[in-house]
Design a protein around this ligand. Sequence first.
Ligand code: NDP
Ligand code: MG
Length: 385
Amino acid sequence: MDIKKNIILLGATGSIGESSLRLLRKNKERFNLIGVSAHNNSKLLSKIVNEFDVPNVVLSDPKNAKSYYGKNELYVGHSSLIELAKINCDIVISGIIGMSGLYPAFAAISVGNNLAIANKETLVSAGKIFMEKSHEKKVRILPVDSEHSAIFQCLEKNNIDNVDFITLTASGGPFLNMPIENFKNIKPKDAIKHPVWKMGEKISVDSATMFNKALEIIEASVLFNIRSDKIEVTVHPEHIIHGLVHYKDGSILANLGFPDMITPLSVALNWPERINLNLKKLSLNNISNLNFFEPDYKKFPGLKLGWEVLESSCCSPIVLNASNEIAVDAFLKNKVRFIDIYNIVYETLNICKPFIPKNIDDIIEIDKIARIDALNLIKRKFING
Ligand code: NDP
Ligand code: MG
């Protein structure tokens, strides 16, 4: 057995955190968990620290520090989170939600740590700068998002020049079969009930609007350096096939598996090796039907924006992501309707075209401007709409 890999898990208390811990728990002889972070949930953080005896612990929001009871010392605040990501290790997993994951993930690769990244909002907004830094520092950026893990696995060893196009599958979310007339009545509690995956609230709403797939189009373009017109999306409700790479010679490689994030996490943490996870076996003999169809762009107009922003100014993905985060937050707080999410993003994209970002600080600045524009728009036009 090789020596153990040292892992730092950012966002240990979330859904990606939970899947990562399941993987580490099953493979204690392979991995040392040397660092963990949470934002608010200090009780769950304490439990994790005590189970895995994690030496480096951060709570990025100090508010709940008093209820921490872990056996190892707690550090608090955003700067401690960045310092945590910079500790020398084999792989940092980023399971933080939204743009809050940007600085710690960038800090990790800047000091030469490999990065297993689930936090797609960061790649959408700062992907180009991340990829450049990863080449400069000779570190790996390993996708955890299941569709991107699928493409990553089907692309490996094959030259990108021989790729014709790629397909990202989409489960279609909870409202796939709901008539469009009923969309105006959708409540947050309905939108966070995903039919296939158990995930955090924000990504669950993104799946319901299909903005998640728009973000994933941009994420794929960045990770694999592939043009927007070479990315296809197919609705596949069973979510057994996660992604396909179509080669120019007519050969198509697909990645299949039961929907469980433990597998893409295992691929990322063990790459290029694989380990036995002893999961339930998938036999095609037991799967009677796999369905595929074109997305309904009338019901899910946000999906089209994924392709459109890749064709427009390079600050548009940042604006799309920031305004979507603001709109989803307002929806979850019952301030705007489900159908307003698309209009808020669309209108913010039309009014907010700040400047071309050159570095991470520019990206944060554009993100801030877009958030203010989206919030003002909501106040002016959408609140209690
Ligand atoms: P969750 O909401 O379940 O978890 C988010 C994690 O980030 C928690 O540990 C939370 O801490 C922490 N966090 C929240 N706000 C901040 C902040 N401001 N600063 C630092 N840390 C913070 O999200 P998910 O696990 O569902 O998603 C995480 C990321 O992974 C997202 O970008 C999502 O798009 C992506 N992803 C998720 C998948 C999934 O299956 N869940 C699949 C593919 C991608 P606390 O609990 O203390 O609030
Ligand atoms: Mg995904």
